[in-house]
Design a protein around this ligand. Sequence first.
Ligand SMILES: *Cc1c(COP(=O)(O)O)cnc(C)c1O
Length: 349
Amino acid sequence: MAQASLNIDLDAVVANWLALDARSGEATRTAAVVKADSYGLGAERVAPALYRAGARDFFVALAEEGARLRPHLGEEARIFVLGGHMAGDAALIRDAGLIPMLNSPEQVARHLEALPDATCGVQLDTGMNRLGMEAEDWEAAAPMLRDKGLALVMSHLACADEPEHEMNPRQLAEFHRMTDGIGVPRSLAATGGILLGPDYHFDLTRPGIGLYGGRPFDAALGVARLSLPVIQTRVVQPGETVGYGNTWEAERVTTIATLAAGYADGIHRVLSNVTDLYAGDIPCPLRGRVSMDLLTVDVTDLGEVPDTLDLIGPYQGVDALADLAGTIGYEILTALGPRYARRYSEQKT
Ligand SMILES: *Cc1c(COP(=O)(O)O)cnc(C)c1O
């Protein structure tokens, strides 16, 4: 039987980017965040599709990710590294022409020492307390960095997926306070920030999850379809149990299909006895525990057992599955493991 497949609709990714680009306004460039292998969907295919659609600015978390991506993008692509300039990264940054977003006085010193002529940007902390330069350090470093010529100054919002949260205007005010008049392109908004409106857009927006079909961009098209092959079916009698720990017991004569994927593939074990899989639009309940490599699904009510069932698709999106698992779409996507055959559909032009 064929390998489980993760089908990625590149046209939908592009449509989502164009929709977020339209919302970002005329004067604002729209980047694409492709860290963690484009949220698990495959940066080497996703990023070039976005480049062909007009994206020129890409964000990764690590220099290694940027170096791997560089050969797949055209010359005009700028690749920003959110983790900045970490120890040992100088050769990667130089050879792949990456733009590190410097996060601390230590990173500034490291960058200026190792690559004094290489372009860089700065990430500021406006209240999230995760990554970025604090106000005093920035004040000390700003004049020198400005003289050098920065590509971008950015910060990140902690609560942008909650439009009414008081943290949003607070971080916006702090970002203004730290950067007004600086004469360097600025960026504050990821997907959630774009939806907060033009005050948050500045010169460049940085959507990630919205490109991949996830909340909070409700108008996003679905991008991923996860189809799992049926290895075997069996008939289970009333009173018999299914799977580890006997957590499910048949109450009627039941047809169980065993599927080739499990928690080692990012199918969270907490979904045991909770989620449905889909045969077209027909839901089929997962019975018993999620195993490392296998799932057991109740297909009794199907006329015919199909070759594959969908865990993620048009009838159960990434966020619906995330809700069942008590997590977020980001974690569902980035957990999807390396064993899936990633297949890409794209209109041939
Ligand atoms: C991950 C990330 C983004 C993208 O965020 P989404 O919510 O996925 O749009 C943007 N900026 C930074 C700093 C990030 O870490």
